[in-house]
Design a protein around this ligand. Structure first.
Ligand code: T1G
Length: 697
């Protein structure tokens, strides 16, 4: 039974049991409504609503969105609760989120265990609280608290909610027992039923211009997004309108958000993140191995960032470097990173010291003999990695998993260095590794199912979004990035400026434009990698000649104060430099390119279609399991806007027939060398199937 009702003494108790998170699916809404109605005519003097399992209600059932709504709607259920003639008390534990917290707010009283959380995260789904949250929170806790809670979407502790007046009583000990006692106390003390709707907010309590201030701030922080702006409008309505009119305004704007492409994209990303770690076709009964000791080989930026991931999860980790000096430098990087995290308030200084305490250092491979997982993060050279894996294979226990963080090298070739290829896997972290959520798990030909299951499990434990990738040059993310950079470089030499390209892509929602990304990561990185390639392997010189020319003039990027842009010390801002345009013009002349006006629309189309077409090839080759995995790679690893759902979701929103036709047109104008539609794209475009339908088939 998803919802049960029983009388305990003089208290009616409604228990919701809808695993895994007690989401407010149709059967739960129906059950709660019927139980509250039943309580009106029995001998109960009050009603308690609580949940079994690990959490209170985590919100509406997101999987129901986009499908025909089945009554009763959540607002209808909450209206029955609020108009109950007997006090209704919500008893919260775990996380009371979204519609779950709104249900609690419609109750007359709220008690909660501590620690527990409450929150209204709808904005993260491109939505707003659609069941009274924007009207009840400002009445109970004030406008400023409401704006902060609802526009951030971040949960707060029940202790903080208690201080704000959103939770009335913190229950220590058993929540059920405490809630029953509290219900009796309410009955004894409650003359007139307390309802949030009866609280009116005096305009005098509202800071001058706060709504305009929030709209401007959110317009910058969530550029082009609908839900944050609508939330502010709803909270303003809570001040200016009576409750029912405010509820109507909220419902109107909620439905508008629900129908938006942005919300569809963000809901897609919610499930994409949770689907990614699931491996199709994994043998039955495979269990992940326990990972209790980890080692990282290489104390550079990447190795130190990876070590922090495990330390932050409380897993002991040993950092190995080849000399005491190098090890010392590595441990200093870690110290600096923790100091920075504490300064930014990511965690307290005590927490920082605690987490850092999980990291030890060594220069001896022999110290790694009891490690369960060793991750190599040394220089991107096969010879160097060969030496490392040979030594690891000798000293590590047979069942230890040996992982490479390589970005481009062949994981199968690395596995063959060892006597245990079934225990070798790629774990491709993204810099800064202690911040970026994406982790590409690269499956070698011989990597065992158990090792893959272990990789996915440990990735979730260190709070990464793991995506399974097959072995190819660049796996998923970097392979697509090469095409994106190719079109960037071609647009540059054909007539666009760095500023135009970056402004187009950042205005569209990318966290950072491609040229600014190049300056950040260092133009010399790709330059060095190109030096080891033949001219044929390098491909069309127009796709890298400008970057090479910049490096050869010492313009390596941010780290030297100039690349595509000029940078001043300690300021992340970038400014244009006329010398760059001279370099671009020089290269265009040298390669016989007559520069022309390139529209913003052409830049956006070419860069996004380059990603999409390569994504289709990755799918048809089986390098990625599903389209949403590619979306997860780009949103969590490359700054693709989550409110556009990732490259493959975006392709479906454009329409595959239109995508196919645009690529065919580019084939005519820009040549066959780069613009041949992927077979899968051509097939789906002609069959009028969406990529989502193909993925589900
Ligand atoms: N609806 C449907 N399924 C959900 C769900 C939800 N709200 N929340 C979680 N799941 C599934 C999830 O897909 C996964 O499934 C499993 O539960 C465990 O989730 C009207 C409109 C509660 C903090 O945004 O933040 O209410 O992969 O892996 O890490 O105003 O889930 O096992 O098959 O995330 O322990 C607002 C979303 C909805 C909260 C638990 N609520 N959920 O985290 O487990 S909109 C939210 C979470 C709304 C009203 C509006 C987290 C969690 P599977 P998990 P977790």
């Amino acid at each position: 039974m998803a919802v049960s009702y029983e009388l305990i003494g003089e208290t009616g108790v409604i228990t919701i049991d809808n695993p895994p998170v007690n989401a407010l699916s149709h059967v739960v809404r129906e059950g709660v409504k019927n139980a509250v109605i039943a309580a009106q005519s029995d001998s109960s003097k009050s009603v308690v609503i609580l949940c079994s399992g690990r959490t209170f209600i985590a919100g509406a059932d997101i999987s129901e969105f986009g499908k025909p709504a089945i009554p009763p709607s959540l607002p209808q259920v909450l209206s029955v609760i609020e108009s109950s003639e007997k006090p209704v008390i919500a008893a919260l534990h775990g996380s009371a989120l979204g519609g779950g917290f709104e249900l609690a707010l419609a109750c007359h009283y709220r008690c909660a265990s501590s620690p527990a959380k409450v929150g209204l995260p709808e904005v993260k789904l491109g939505l707003l609280p659609g069941a009274g949250g924007t009207q009840r929170v400002p009445r109970l806790a004030g406008v400023e608290a409401a704006l902060d809670l609802i526009t951030s979407g971040k949960p707060i502790s029940t202790d903080k909610a208690n201080k704000l007046g959103l939770v009335d009583r913190i229950i220590t000990g058993d929540l059920r027992e405490g809630a029953l006692e509290y219900a009796q106390e309410v009955v004894l003390g409650d003359v007139e039923l307390r309802k949030a709707r009866n609280i009116s907010i005096s305009p005098k309590e509202v800071p001058e211009g706060i709504f305009e201030f929030y709209k401007i701030k959110l317009g910058k922080r969530a550029r082009g997004q609908l839900a944050p702006q609508s939330i502010v409008t709803c909270i303003q309505a809570a001040v200016e309108l009576p409750m029912d009119e405010g509820l109507n305004k909220e419902r109107e704007l909620f439905l508008e958000c629900l129908d938006s492409e942005q919300s569809a994209a963000l809901r897609h990303m919610f499930f994409a993140e949770r689907t990614a770690p699931k491996i199709k076709g994994l043998a039955e009964g495979i269990e992940p191995r326990a990972i209790s000791r980890v080692a990282i080989i290489g104390g550079g930026t990447m190795g130190c960032g990876i070590a922090m991931c495990f330390a932050n999860a409380g897993i002991p980790v040993t950092l190995l470097e080849i000399s005491a000096d190098a090890l010392g430098r590595g441990l200093q990087i870690i110290d600096r990173n923790y100091d920075l995290s504490v300064k930014k308030g990511v965690f307290s200084s005590e927490d920082g010291i605690l987490k850092k305490g999980f990291i030890t250092g060594t220069t001896q491979y022999e110290d790694l003999s009891d490690c369960d997982l060793v991750i190599e993060a040394v220089f991107e050279s096969f010879e160097v990695k060969k030496e490392v894996f040979s030594r690891l294979d000798k000293v590590c226990k047979p069942e230890a998993i040996l992982a490479t963080n390589t970005s481009y090298l062949d994981v199968n070739a690395i596995a063959e260095i060892t006597s245990r290829p079934e225990n070798v896997v790629g774990l491709h972290f993204f810099s800064p590794a202690n911040i970026m959520k994406l982790l590409e798990v690269v499956r070698g030909e011989k990597t065992s199912d158990e090792v893959l299951a272990t990789a996915m499990d440990i990735a979730k434990k260190i709070r990464k979004v793991p995506v399974l990738a097959g072995v190819c040059f660049g796996f998923i993310g970097n392979r697509m990035l090469r095409q994106y950079v190719r079109e960037t470089q071609l647009c540059l030499i054909e007539g666009a400026s760095p500023e135009q390209i970056d402004q187009v892509m950042e205005g569209w929602g990318m966290a950072m434009g491609p040229l600014a990304v190049g300056d950040l990561s260092g133009l010399d990185v790709a330059y060095k990698a190109r030096q080891s390639l033949s001219d044929q392997e390098k491909g069309d010189p127009k796709t890298y000649c400008i970057a090479d020319a910049l490096v050869e003039k010492g313009r390596l990027g941010q780290k030297v104060g100039k690349g595509y842009y000029l940078y001043v010390a300690n300021n992340r801002g970038r400014t244009s430099d006329p010398e760059v345009l001279e370099i671009i013009n020089g290269q265009a002349l040298k390669h016989g390119v007559v520069r022309r006006e390139i529209s913003d629309g052409e830049i956006l189309m070419r860069l996004t279609l380059a990603l999409i077409n390569e994504g289709f090839k990755i799918l048809e080759e089986g390098i990625a399991q599903r389209p949403s995995d590619i979306d997860a790679v780009y949103v969590f690893g490359y700054g693709f806007p989550a409110f556009r759902g990732g490259p493959m979701f975006y392709a479906d929103q454009l329409g595959l027939k239109k995508v196919y036709e645009m690529i065919c047109k580019l084939q005519e104008t820009n040549g066959y060398q780069y613009w041949v539609p992927a077979n899968l794209l051509e097939e789906l475009a002609h069959s009028n199937k969406t990529l989502a339908e193909w993925a589900d088939s």
